[in-house]
Write a new protein. Structure first.
Length: 486
């Protein structure tokens, strides 16, 4: 372990980065209502905002990992940090929803480098027992995001990334972050870089992912599920993905998704585990604030406060770690949250969140640590990118599926519990404005029951994802990674 691994300044950088990531997630999960001044983003548009950043993160991760394998890590990370800051600036000055979506996409390009680069830098320079400290920044994000949205302006959720990012970049100027392997000079690599990037693989994977997300987002909203448009998108996504797999198998070790590495049991089970965990996490982070704002009637700020049981217990669980216990606990916690009603007591929703947060914290670091302690240092950047690759695609897909479940349930439950209320009006109003569009006391009670029931059904999906995480955890092995004498 290098001398710099104990540097407190480096731990400050990690904490500030995670604060930015926590704030970024809070703008997805807590800020449900205002998009451009007083205009509301309806279901599909809100999902497009979130999908834009996750899709761009997903599509650029692996090529950036190839670059990071060839070049020195820190300059690349700084460059992608600039992309992320530019995306935040675009979002802050956005004067239309389309501009906001573009800004989120640019931020996604940078976020892919921030996430993957941060994990690679942590692996190279930080002791294993200190890595969970980086998760502390996640506690601050939801609180700041909700407070800014409600009391100042939603634009501050993005503007605040600029000074925080500048501080992080300033620290990086004075830190010597070690490289795991000796890397060649910039000029010697540039000539061979186009062949290493696997642009054909990218050109095949991008349309496949886009078609899949469009089919999931528009199905049941803009078009019927059995319409030619949706069927065509699903078929196009499947065929293009099969062609992508064929191309990657021909490329071998030079592929964007190196199949020889992916065939290793610990690697692919870690990818499956990480996909299920992040899918479950996004479902929780997105729909719990909706429950608090719509059903409990709290403000965006208080909905962030109400998420603290999840976040704080997740922080504690991260320090402990354990994949099997994580999957079991999250399955129980998600199952309990699926029973939420408008009258659920404070003690129950706090206790259930503690279960989920503890389970998530136990599992978050395990796939990363398993891969980092199995592969050689030269393979770690690509392996980390594979994990992030699965995270972002899984997160985008499962979040859209969760919204499909939620919207379909609302369309079924509202006519049952609140006859005469238009489900589309409730869906379009957003979580914080349900009480503005449903004024009758009797109808409001029925609508809130339908809302709570629909949120609960989303957590059936989260239970299933926890089960997938439990099954995949067995494949990550039982290796003691402690050094002798510890």
């Amino acid at each position: 372990m290098t001398e710099s691994s104990q540097d407190p300044e480096k731990q400050t950088v990690e904490l500030q980065l995670e604060t930015r990531r926590g704030l970024q997630s809070s703008t997805d999960g807590v800020k449900q209502d205002k998009v451009i001044d007083n205009n509301y983003a309806t279901g599909v548009k809100v999902l497009m905002l979130i999908s834009a950043v996750t899709l761009m993160t997903f599509l650029t991760l692996l090529d950036q990992s190839i670059i990071a394998t060839c070049f020195i890590t820190t300059p690349i990370w700084k460059t992608l940090c600039i992309f992320s800051l530019k995306g935040s600036l675009l979002c802050g000055i956005a004067n239309s929803s389309k501009m906001l979506i573009v800004g989120r996409a640019v931020a996604g390009m940078g976020a892919s480098g921030l996430n993957n680069g941060a994990l690679s830098i942590l692996a190279n320079s930080t002791p294993l027992e200190k890595r969970p400290i980086a998760q502390m920044g996640l506690v601050i994000g939801p609180l700041l995001g909700g407070a800014f949205t409600e009391h100042v302006t939603w634009r501050l959720c993005f503007y605040i990334n600029l000074p925080i990012g500048a501080v992080v970049a300033g620290f990086l100027l004075f830190l010597n972050i070690p490289e795991p392997v000796v890397k060649t000079s910039l000029l010697s690599v540039l000539a061979t870089l186009p062949s290493k990037l696997d642009l054909v693989g990218f050109a095949l994977l991008a349309p496949s992912a886009i078609q899949l997300l469009l089919a999931l987002e528009y199905g049941g909203n803009e078009y019927a599920w059995n319409s030619s448009m949706i069927i065509g998108l699903f078929c196009g996504a499947g065929v293009t993905f099969l062609i992508f797999l064929y191309w990657e198998s021909r490329q071998g070790g030079q592929a964007m998704t190196p199949l020889p590495m992916l065939r290793q049991r610990i690697v692919w089970t870690s990818c499956v585990n990480q996909t299920s965990l992040i899918g479950m996490t996004l479902c929780t982070s997105y729909f719990l604030p909706m429950y608090f704002q719509a059903v409990k009637g709290v403000s965006p700020t208080l909905s962030g406060v109400d998420l603290l049981p999840t976040v704080l217990s997740q922080l504690v669980g991260t320090v402990i770690c354990g994949a099997l216990a994580s999957s079991v606990i999250t399955a129980i916690g998600n199952g309990l949250i699926s029973t939420f009603t408008p009258s659920t007591s404070t003690g129950k929703w706090i206790g259930y969140q503690i279960l989920i947060g503890t389970g998530r914290g136990l599992g978050f670091q395990v796939p990363i640590v398993a891969v980092q302690n199995t592969l050689s240092p030269a393979q770690i950047p690509v392996a980390m990118a594979l994990l992030m690759f699965c995270q972002t695609l899984g997160g985008a897909v499962f979040l859209v599926i969760a919204n499909v479940i939620f919207s379909a349930s609302l369309r079924t439950e509202i006519p049952w519990y609140a006859p005469g209320i238009d489900p589309e009006t409730v869906i379009g109003a957003g979580a914080s404005s349900v009480r503005d569009v449903v004024t009758s006391t009797t109808a409001l009670a029925g609508t809130l029951t339908a809302y709570a029931t629909s949120v609960g059904r989303v957590f059936y999906l989260a239970v299933g994802l926890s089960g997938i995480g439990l099954a995949s955890a067995w494949g990550m092995g039982w290796k003691d990674i402690r050094k002798k004498g510890q």
